[in-house]
Write a protein that binds this ligand. Structure first.
Ligand SMILES: [Zn+2]
Length: 493
């Protein structure tokens, strides 16, 4: 019996190896390469999303069942360190530099060395030399650190206009898209408009939903900017986008934008497409777990667009999915819930902290009472004074909300922020933070920070060349492994 079993196992192993040899041998190189980066998305963000979806799909299950996201079942999984030349808790500029160029640098620096004297050659430039088209798409502004690192070099990530000009006047990008630009006419508003620079350099500008949806392989070089960005020139938070769509509005998702990037870039040349889910990071800075979970779902949906493409091009496609660093020190488990979690409680929240800030501003302007504020909190977060429900507010939680309400009703210039307020609210609108923290904790999850942490980050890989992404390594190895997979040698320095 043992012998039969071992023969069967050998046959299974041989079949597995044969299967992988077809699409994952080291000789084959992918024609189409997808690099997905969830900003601030570490294992906790991914796990929380799996448990949230699994809890909703299996209400009352005796044993918790995590759901699979589009990428969590990929055949090859690795883990990487993310430290930079400054810190174990790095920023998006240095981490994206590591992945785009294979070099460590300082926080805040994009594709320059530590001395800020020499710039690095990017994987997108190598891909271009190989004949591939290149696309960069982000759910935040196009000049933000992560997308910038895939087309620009800057000694400071805040050189937004210069970064944008490099992308639009350079030869690397064939598709660039996202929420928009932070400095469309320069820091002082006195430089040539980025839209004019884009047109001069042969870009077609798509800036309405219809124009973006009409993009295809005949569109040429494309700059695609959603028509409904938020105040930071980012696409809407997924939680707010879904609320907008439920009310009859039309707001493009990251998945739809990814599909349009694919449609635009597709052709015999092949392509390298980097897609960033940028607001996992933003929502975790703000300790807003529900909003972060929906950002990870939107990111997972975007990866699905690549998977559908890969199913039509199975021996030509490589999909790499990772994050740049963890944000917020998110964890599953909280002191007051001990070994219990209640992810279903998060379903009650239907608004991001950022849009709830706007509700709070209206409450402040109208001189709303605490009772009126509590009514809004119940409508948007489910936290209630009705006794004996999972979301019933305790006396202590009510006191926390009232303290935050008092501060939020004070005009920001007149607020006195001491150490305890800084720790309680992290510089965000106090009442939004109090709502997020109370709901998070009732669900059995919590954050330790309003900043990035030094946790290792998982990598999931699928398709041609994916096998080399297994193992434990550093974020600079993402560059070298992707170069190897593409069959490209780095230039001698
Ligand atoms: Zn980041």
């Amino acid at each position: 019996m043992k012998r039969i079993l071992s023969i069967l196992m050998c046959v299974a192993l041989a079949l597995t190896l044969t299967g992988s040899a077809l699409s994952e041998s080291s000789d084959a190189t992918p024609k189409y390469v997808f690099m997905f980066i969830g900003d601030g998305q570490g294992s906790p963000q991914i796990n929380a999303t799996q448990y949230y979806l699994g809890t909703l799909a299996n209400p009352g299950a005796a044993i918790p069942k995590p759901a699979q996201l589009s990428f969590t079942g990929f055949p090859y999984v690795g883990i990487m360190t993310t430290y930079d030349a400054t810190s174990f808790c790095p920023d998006s500029a240095s981490t994206a530099t590591s992945m785009a160029s294979g070099n460590k640098t300082l926080s805040g620096v994009i594709n320059y060395n530590i001395d800020k004297t020499e710039s690095f050659k990017l994987i997108t430039e190598y891909a271009k030399e190989q004949g591939k088209k290149v696309g960069v798409l982000s759910s935040v502004s196009i000049d933000h650190a992560t997308p910038a690192a895939y087309y620009a070099k800057a000694v400071s990530r805040s050189m937004y206009y210069d970064i944008a000009v490099q992308g639009l006047s350079g030869q690397t990008l064939d598709f660039v898209g996202g929420g928009g630009y932070l400095q469309p006419t320069g820091a002082a508003g006195d430089q040539p408009a980025l839209t004019d620079i884009a047109i001069e350099n042969g870009f077609t500008i798509a800036s309405t939903n219809d124009e973006i949806r009409a993009l295809n392989a005949d569109s040429g070089r494309v700059l695609a900017v959603v028509p409904d960005p938020d105040g930071s020139k980012a696409m809407q938070y997924e939680i707010d986008r879904q609320r907008i769509e439920s009310a009859g509005g039309d707001s493009l998702s990251l998945s739809e934008m990814t599909q349009k990037a694919i449609d635009t870039l597709y052709g015999d040349d092949g392509f390298f497409l980097m897609v960033e889910g940028g607001k996992v990071d933003w929502s975790c800075h703000a300790n807003d777990a529900k909003t972060s979970i929906l950002e990870t779902i939107a990111f997972s949906d975007a990866v699905n667009a690549a998977l559908e493409f890969a199913s039509a091009h199975p021996d030509e496609t490589l999909i790499i999915v990772t994050g740049d660093h963890e944000t917020g020190g998110l964890t599953i488990g909280f002191a007051t819930t001990a070994y219990d979690t209640h992810f279903d409680y998060l379903a009650a929240q239907d608004i991001s902290y950022a849009d709830f800030d706007k509700v709070i501003a209206q409450l402040r302007d109208s001189g709303a009472s605490f009772e009126q504020a509590l009514a809004e909190i119940e409508a948007r977060f489910g936290l209630t004074q009705t006794p004996d429900t999972g979301l019933s507010l305790t006396e202590e939680e009510l006191a926390k909300l009232e303290a935050a309400y008092e501060l939020s009703m004070t005009p920001s210039a007149e607020r006195v922020i001491g150490k305890s307020e800084a720790l309680a609210y992290g510089g965000y609108e106090p009442l939004s933070m109090a709502c997020c923290h109370i709901l998070n904790n009732k669900a059995g999850i919590a954050y330790t920070s309003y900043a990035h942490t030094g946790l290792q980050i998982p990598i999931y890989a699928y398709g041609v060349g994916a096998a080399s992404f297994s193992g434990s390594y550093d974020n600079t190895d993402i560059f070298f492994k992707t170069m190897d997979a593409m069959g490209v040698e780095a230039d001698a320095i």
